[in-house]
Design a protein around this ligand. Structure first.
Ligand code: FAD
Length: 347
């Protein structure tokens, strides 16, 4: 193939971009610092359970994304979920109904990105720290000072702050644009139990996900969302486990806190919102993960977002949720559109 492209970041945006280039017959290699692809759609394997730590489900609006999701659904990589969605308001637990179709990877969220990685060359465990330009070609330098390349072009498909660091030396104006797209942090905790959760009065035993409205003091309220991993498609038979997602304001204020203390606070916050008289068993495993760059603040970014992706004349390009909006669909669209544009312009 005539054009070689490096993609830094194998989250859904980098993978969608890679797939678009690969389908056009172009050579592409992806690099990710993680142990596998997936980024914010990854799942953690614990001794008794597989828990999703990032996105818990995603919705579909765009027709091209819908076609792709339908294909994944037919192949068994995604399923509709949840169908027992609850909400906790000041008056207690009630069914949450909004007619929005939501999907989840099966048997775990990362099944979607695993599927997208098929057929692509993905180099994992490799953090790209620097880019070097030589005679119009690009080299990538990793954490061991090993050089990868040369490549005709480089796509940076990481959260915007990480992209800014790589760009600063070569494209200072673009690096500044990246810095304007703030990515807010989010804590996600998990709690595993040896026995099933107790029944909640007035709530179906098969409740799957619950959104918690903020209390009076939003900033002091830790918890926004809880899902039951063993109630997700393809995961029946594993032990009871919860994913507990913190509010962004709270995560920001507690980003330096110990993971264990955070996990405890999120679980305690859930206990407080259970119907009266219900006690939760002690978890057999409890922990938390901080996403430093969880969600782009599209309002703060103003005009920087809704551009889909960015390209420079020097052969660098940017995609990811920071350029469109805070959802899986936005990230996929950003990467897919960039990949299509690069394929059209390939010599
Ligand atoms: P990422 O998935 O972050 O991928 C970027 C990749 O780049 C990562 O794999 C990272 O390891 C890699 N990387 C970064 N720097 C380097 C480097 N220097 N060298 C090599 N690799 C590097 N969306 C929804 O639609 N619905 C939801 O319910 C939802 N809930 C969410 C809950 C949480 C807790 C979080 C964190 C996100 C949630 N999202 C949700 C958002 C959604 O997950 C993201 O918008 C989407 O996954 C972003 O994809 P991406 O490819 O742009 O970035």
């Amino acid at each position: 193939p005539s054009v070689s492209t490096a993609i830094i970041g194998a989250g859904i945006a980098g993978l969608a971009c890679g797939q678009a280039l690969h389908s056009a017959g172009l050579a592409v290699r992806l690099f990710d610092k993680g142990r596998g692809p997936g980024g914010r759609m990854s799942s953690r394997h614990l001794p008794g359970a597989v828990v999703d730590l990032g996105a818990q489900f995603f919705s579909v609006r765009d027709p091209a994304f819908r076609r792709r999701v339908t294909g994944w659904q037919e192949a068994g990589h995604v399923d509709l979920w949840p169908d027992a969605f609850w909400q906790v308001t000041e008056t207690g637990w009630k069914r949450h109904r909004d007619n929005v179709e939501r999907f989840i990877g099966t048997p775990r969220m990362s099944a979607v990105t695993r599927r997208l990685a098929e057929g692509l060359e993905v180099v994992t465990g490799t953090r790209i720290e620097r880019l070097e330009e030589q005679a119009g070609q690009w080299w990538l330098v990793d954490q061991h000072q090993q050089r990868h390349g040369p490549f005709a072009q480089v796509v940076i498909a990481t959260p915007t702050p990480q992209a800014a660091a790589l760009l600063a030396e070569h494209e200072p104006a673009l690096a500044e644009t990246c810095e304007a797209v703030i990515q807010r942090p989010c804590w996600t905790a998990w709690a595993c139990f040896d026995s099933p959760l107790p029944s909640l009065p007035g709530v179906d035993d098969d409740w799957q996900a619950v959104r918690l409205d903020p209390g009076h003091d939003r900033a002091a309220d830790p918890l926004r969302f809880v899902t039951r991993n063993d109630h997700k498609p393809g995961r029946h038979g594993q032990g009871e486990s919860l994913s507990l997602l913190a509010r962004l304001e709270w995560s920001e204020a507690h980003r330096e806190q110990e993971a264990e203390a955070v996990a405890r606070q999120l679980l305690d916050a859930f206990r407080e919102r259970l119907p009266q008289g219900v006690t939760l068993p002690e978890p057999s495993d409890l922990g938390a993960h901080l996403w430093r760059y969880a969600q782009p603040d599209v309002f703060a970014a103003g005009e920087a977002v809704n551009l889909d992706y960015r390209r420079s004349s020097s052969g660098l390009a940017l995609c990811g949720d920071g350029w469109r909006g805070p959802r899986v669909e936005d990230a996929w669209l950003s990467g897919h559109h960039l990949g299509e544009a690069l394929a059209v312009d390939a010599p």
